[in-house]
Design a binder for this molecule. Structure first.
Ligand code: ZN
Length: 310
């Protein structure tokens, strides 16, 4: 049985300041802010989404900015690095652009024979760009980032674990196959995926557990086409003994969540209905959108939430 998982859907992280977060992902990395809403479970905090033109699954980086949150302490049991795909030959452009904009922590590497540029986000978020040849996805072009350079979406993410075993087994169950090894990193990929196909597991047996805070990933979500496929994945997981939440309506997708043995929170999210369900494509991400259950709080939230200027 092959489960209908297509790669990543979104990655959700924690931030401190919403304005610096929005500026970094739109003005520095050139993504489009495709939704400005609130954390449905804690509506006094924003939920900001960045991606390609329409927030195609596999391109969507999302943040909960908590203005007074403490910085994260990196460790095991979490996502180690979130990796975006850029076109072959664009790394010179990106190195120059990020250097010019004062981005911190820039390091070039060539693990798995790929040209990778690691750098830190506004809350020391561990991010990277990797050159991918022939990625058919269209990037969002804006502010000096053209078609030849634009971020295509995620390439994938790395998990930093004390022990790879049980999580590797879970990934195989979800349809991922082991592709390569480089040092202490095992690379998994999903066939016929959406471009955000790669999960790397880095094993660090002696490392301390991570403490979540500003700059750390809260969870990663995998993409399934629709609710029927999500039900199929959920049933397969539950039948194997995983504790999985019921499907939850997130307005732009349906979500189920489960905690992996290494400590990372996984979600499986539907591609439908998408981010244009409550505003038109030309204006995505501009006005504050609230789910119907929080609409009565609008006046209070608009007063409380720090305004974000583009
Ligand atoms: Zn999510």
């Amino acid at each position: 049985m092959t489960l209908p998982i297509n790669g990543l859907h979104h990655v959700t992280s924690l931030a401190s300041d919403p304005q610096s977060n929005s500026d970094f992902f739109t003005k520095t990395l050139g993504l489009r802010r495709v939704k400005k809403t609130v954390n449905f479970d804690a509506p006094n905090v924003y939920h900001l989404y960045y991606g390609d033109e329409r927030g195609t699954p596999g391109t969507v980086m999302t943040y909960f900015p908590f203005p007074h949150i403490a910085p994260a302490r990196p460790g095991v049991g979490e996502v180690g690095e979130t990796v975006f795909a850029v076109p072959k030959g664009s790394m010179g452009f990106w190195t120059e652009r990020l250097t010019g904009l004062g981005v911190q922590g820039m390091v070039q590497t060539d693990a798995f024979g790929e040209k990778r540029l690691r750098f830190l986000g506004p809350d020391q978020d561990a991010l990277a760009l990797v050159e991918v040849e022939g990625d058919p996805r269209q990037g969002w072009t804006s502010g000096g980032v053209g078609t030849a350079e634009a971020v295509r979406g995620f390439r994938g993410a790395s998990l930093r674990l004390r022990d790879a075993g049980a999580t590797a087994e879970l990934l195989r169950f979800m349809g991922y196959e082991e592709r390569e090894r480089d040092g202490s990193v095992i690379r998994f990929g999903v066939a016929n995926g959406n471009g955000a196909d790669i999960i790397d597991i880095e094993t660090l047996p002696g490392a301390e557990h991570a403490e979540q805070g500003a700059g750390s990933v809260h969870h990663i979500a995998f993409s399934v086409p629709d609710r029927a496929s999500q039900d199929e994945v959920r049933k397969a997981l539950v039948d194997t003994g995983w504790q999985v939440t019921p499907p939850i309506d997130r307005d732009y997708f349906w979500a189920i969540y489960f905690r992996t043995p290494g400590g990372v929170l996984f979600e499986v999210a539907t591609d439908a209905p998408g981010f244009d369900r409550d505003e038109d494509l030309a204006h995505l991400g501009q006005s504050l959108k609230l789910p119907h259950q929080h609409e009565p709080l609008r006046a209070r939230l608009e007063h409380h939430l720090q305004p974000i200027t583009d």
